[in-house]
Design a protein around this ligand. Structure first.
Ligand code: ZN
Length: 680
């Protein structure tokens, strides 16, 4: 058919002035398998991702489908930054788990002559290959629909089909890096302003068939050559190693921290080479093999100490610079992360995975096996009052060490087995020790008190004023959103009831297990109001309060602005506690040179006041006012347009909605949650 068309065109003299009519669209697919995939996306025929292409400044919008909350925002698709590892959800965009993809629209701002469209993805499994239809439009058709949802054929509303891509390999493993490039043998795909990606899942065997899209590039035929992302440089600043015994391979990337290079080579790499295989042997389970390949990246993108996603560890160079001394905490913090690489408890879906064990086991291995000489997890007389087995990190590590010595030398491997197989429940403790958890808790605290030579402090008496309203407050119109006894008035977002990760505990509304919690919302909607509450966040914890949340978004933050909550000292997110997420932050405090911070440390109660009225909105922490803003004002809208929320059509649009509490980022407890509706 193509030959026919070409011959007809050539016979017609008038078409000589438009030689493009002879041209043919072609799509090239390249696949680099898991073992050879490296940061930088270096393909043979497809150019590496660019950070100066026409998509870099374009507007990306989801027109159908829901983003997966574990992934990055649409920004990751055109920020010129690409993942440095095969399992790095936050560096990719992907549609919600269980869904069959969705549609993304790109607005280039004006009509340009499009030379080429490239898409890049990376995952070690079936989320690697790409399956999509690509449409383009100049937006000038009379019946043009800019945001056609699934069910509307784009070709019927002003769009042209450019490519029908299916990069899934016919044989062999699907994992690895993919590059897909669509161009035209005539040099131009045509003049377009809009692109539409109709993205499909790659498999239906499990819910994880939505591709990890890393970057989308649009090459303008008339623009200067694009600049590639720093892939080559990344390779020059990475070292590859094998563990002791040679079974596993790992890389240490230090592009953002060349000053740490010698330390990573002389101190960190030998520690990792020795301890990773040991940790894998400590935490076995039948049929499970710890990852044989992982990466450790020092990157300025991450703020905190270190964190692990899949087989990728990220470390904050700023923190490590202060901890590289011979006796510094640097290597030990990475040992903790190595345990996360081995744990991989996420595989057991539907099972209850308590956060205190997910963090307690790595800290147990770190403080009691790797560096016992530092006594880093000892509990002091002052800390005793707060000590509870589920205090997470070092506190839970201390409890695990005590229970191991007293009851069962193989306690931690046995707990690990149950957690990985999805059979863990608190009753496990009774089976292993003949004592219930609460009973063990009291026994452990008594042992700590005996060792310290102090009396065991009594559990704090219940404060009768907590979760109550005074007569004056009632008269002023305040209502309690939480009575300290049950979940009345709350449910999980787009779900019935409250997930088991949330509990009512000692008069608090507690997110005790972020893996099983999700975000909860009020049953009632609120328009204008004053909200007050107390929160107490765990070390490195991150949560948030959203308002004006509606059911239109895929996540509560897709519609509701967020009052950020986090442990300002150790949490990873650079958006600090009390800020309106990605939009407003308090002024610089001359005393510190940093943004004003009135929070008390993790583990202590803080008071929040949030006023949302048509005239002004105010954020306060512990009585200190942070800033004011006006919803829908010019200033507000300008900030939204510059933020990641620009791609979310429903963000901050509603003037009434649910209050939401975020539960999937860390342990946090709330109390005294009260609201005073305001009639405008
Ligand atoms: Zn951890």
């Amino acid at each position: 058919m193509k030959m026919n068309q070409v011959w007809i065109a050539c016979a017609c003299a008038a078409l000589l002035s438009t030689p493009l009519a002879q041209a043919e669209i072609k799509t090239v697919v390249e696949h680099i398998g898991n073992d050879d995939a490296k940061p930088g996306f270096k393909f043979k025929n497809i150019s590496a991702p660019s950070k100066t292409d026409a998509a870099t400044k374009a507007k990306f919008t989801i027109v159908d489908g829901e983003q997966d909350g574990n992934g990055g925002s649409l920004d990751t698709l055109h920020d010129g930054a690409t993942p440095t590892d095969e399992d790095q959800p936050e560096a990719n965009f992907f549609f919600r788990q269980g869904a069959d993809g969705g549609r993304i629209q790109i607005d280039l701002g004006n009509v340009i002559d499009v030379k080429q469209i490239n898409t890049y993805s990376w995952h070690r499994d079936t989320r690697g290959p790409q399956v999509y239809k690509l449409y383009a439009a100049d937006g000038k058709a009379a019946n043009f629909a800019a945001s056609p949802k699934r069910g509307t054929d784009p070709e019927k509303v002003g769009w042209k089909l450019l490519a029908n891509v299916d990069a899934r390999p016919k044989a062999g493993k699907a994992g690895g890096q993919y590059g897909v490039s669509t161009s035209d043998t005539g040099g131009s795909l045509g003049r377009y302003r809009y692109l539409l990606f109709d993205i499909s899942k790659t498999e239906a065997v499990d819910p994880f068939g939505n591709t990890f899209y890393s970057e989308i590039d649009v090459i303008d035929k008339n623009a200067p050559p694009t600049v590639e992302v720093a892939g080559a440089a990344v390779e020059d600043t990475a070292d590859d190693y094998a563990t002791e015994g040679g079974r596993e391979k790992f890389s240490i990337l230090y592009a953002d921290a060349p000053d740490l290079k010698d330390w990573t080579r002389n101190i960190l790499a030998p520690t990792v080479a020795k301890w990773y295989p040991m940790i894998a042997r400590m935490l076995p389970s039948p049929g499970y093999e710890a990852a044989r390949k992982f990466t450790i990246e020092f990157t300025n993108r991450y703020h905190g100490v270190a964190a692990t996603g899949g087989t990728h560890i990220v470390c904050d160079p700023a923190w490590y610079r202060n901890n590289v001394a011979p006796k510094g905490q640097g290597p030990g913090s990475v040992v903790h992360e190595l345990v996360h690489v081995v744990q991989q408890y996420k595989g057991a879906r539907g099972a209850r995975i308590p956060g205190w064990l997910v963090e307690g086991i790595p800290d147990y291995i770190r403080w009691y096996l790797y560096e016992p000489q530092t006594h880093g997890a000892e509990i002091t007389a002052r800390g005793l009052a707060q000590a509870r087995y589920d205090g997470s990190y070092r506190i839970s590590a201390n409890f695990l060490s005590w229970a191991t010595n007293k009851y069962d030398k193989d306690l931690v491997p046995k707990l690990n087995l149950a957690l990985r197989q999805g059979s863990y429940g608190d009753e496990q403790w009774t089976k292993l020790t003949n004592h219930g958890l609460e009973e063990l808790n009291e026994e452990w605290r008594q042992a700590l008190a005996d060792d310290l030579g102090v009396a065991l402090p009594a559990a704090a008496a219940a404060d009768p004023t907590v979760n109550t309203l005074s007569a004056i407050e009632k008269a002023a119109g305040w209502v309690l959103l939480f009575d300290g006894k049950d979940f009345n008035g709350w449910h999980n977002f787009k779900d019935q009831g409250v997930h088991p990760g949330w509990q009512v505990k000692d008069g608090t509304l507690a997110c005790v297990d972020p893996h099983q919690a999700g975000d909860i919302v009020t049953t009632e909607k609120f328009g204008w109001f004053e909200l007050q509450l107390d929160y107490n966040i765990s070390e490195a914890g991150n949560s948030g309060i959203m308002y004006h949340v509606t059911d239109d978004g895929g996540a509560v933050w897709a519609t509701g602005p967020e009052f950020q909550l986090e442990d300002n000292v150790k949490a990873a997110d650079p958006v600090r506690c009390g800020w309106l997420y990605a939009l407003y932050q308090p002024p610089i405090d001359p005393a510190t040179g940093k943004a004003l911070d009135a929070t008390k440390p993790a583990g202590q109660w803080n008071h929040v006041r949030l006023l949302i009225s048509p005239e002004k909105c105010v954020h306060e922490i512990n009585g200190v006012k942070y800033f004011e803003y006006v919803l829908g004002s010019e200033d507000f809208n300008r900030r939204v347009a510059r933020s990641k929320f620009a791609s979310m059509p429903g963000f901050a649009k509603a003037t009434s909605g649910y209050i939401a509490l975020q539960g999937d980022h860390g342990s946090v407890i709330f109390r005294n949650i009260k609201i005073r509706p305001i009639q405008p």
